[in-house]
Design a binder for this molecule. Sequence first.
Ligand code: ZN
Length: 467
Amino acid sequence: MTASLSFLGAARTVTGSKHLFTADGRRVLIDCGLHQERELQDRNWAPFAVTPREIDAVILTHGHLDHCGLLPRLVAQGFRGRVHCTEATAGIAPLVMADSARLQEEDARFKAKRHAAEGRRRSDGYRPLYDVEQARDAAARIMPAPWRTPVAVAPGITASFHPAGHIIGSALVRLQAGSGPAVLFSGDLGTGGSPLVEGPDTACGAPNLVVESTYGDREHDELDVPTQLSSVLAAAWRRGGNVVMPCFAIERAQEILYRLRQLHDAGRLDGWRIFLDSPMAIGVLQVFKDNPGALTPEIRQAMQAGRSPFDLPGLTLCADREQSKTINAVERGALILAGAGMCTGGRVKHHLEHNLSRADSTVLFVGYQASGTLGRQILESRGKSGVLVRLFGRQREIRCAVEQVRGFSGHAGKSQILAWAGALQPQPRRAFVVHGGENVSQAFAAELRQRFAWEAVAPEYGQEIAL
Ligand SMILES: [Zn+2]
């Protein structure tokens, strides 16, 4: 048998995961993600390196955009096979693809308008990368698979899904072609400390390992999230205004609700009215409620006994814009979770507009803020006075308190990835390091060679390696 791996994305970059496994003429694509780096956008528009019609199956490790976001384009260009993933990913991926399609359509309209104003015209008619209908077509090809059970994905090829601990439904994927050497794909690897999902699993090792390295050069500090959250919220309550929490819709928003419920049950939460103001986060919350089997045993048992750890008194889900606007009338005691997580768009900007210049309100960050984003600007205003930021075309002075709770992370840090890799049974002999920046992935491959004496490389974009 001849088998190979081709690295068609997230090779020496952090997004755009796309790995092609070929065995005896059969082709299975593991993840079909969007490149999110601005300078790599062209790759999303380029023809696929392999004809979509000639791919037998796609497997998704999880539902994040950089792992499933190019699937609608693959289907639009002729892919006719099944898309295999866990039940929870089958809930998340359609939400993510539909949301992305709406943004792509908006983007195309915006570009057409801007070019018209500038007297320019483009010959391709300003088509989006894909549209909502194409996202729906892609979702229709999804076929959920059970945990830890090999399923046939192509003639002679099986795949099994094992908890990865990153987000709900996220899986390590083990591929086996006939009696050939198996390959384990880490997808994105969790820290092992998530209160919501189990993993990463170590009993599913394989001779070949494709491993992510997002934080392959960094460690996470051990931080007590509940204590930080409780003290920041207590101070905000004393201040008397509202709290705006810019929040990622997948996993982080649900984890915050879970943490708030824990504080409430421990008698450590004041009388906040909590608003989850994000249709996407509300959709993801429903996926949590529909998939207790993808959550920790404690949460699963609580849910099966009719106690959802994501519900709490005073929680309002704002699905539509009108409900969102009613929050503006709340003068004090509103705790608002809204996206975008880095304040780059979405409903959170409206809540910032109402609260940024109020000395009694608080903006509370619970996630990473990339440089150049509004979130980063607000975060960096801490300890300074009179800082102005631009919001809806106007300069606003930041007078509210700006706080941060650290210690949330969806990705394993360096020693967490190494501990997981070292505990895999059976142990890998070869490793392919992906999903990390150029220097990080190269250094992490060197670390694997040195520590475990494995053959380890960071493949180049487009490289094919025989197994
Ligand atoms: Zn991810």
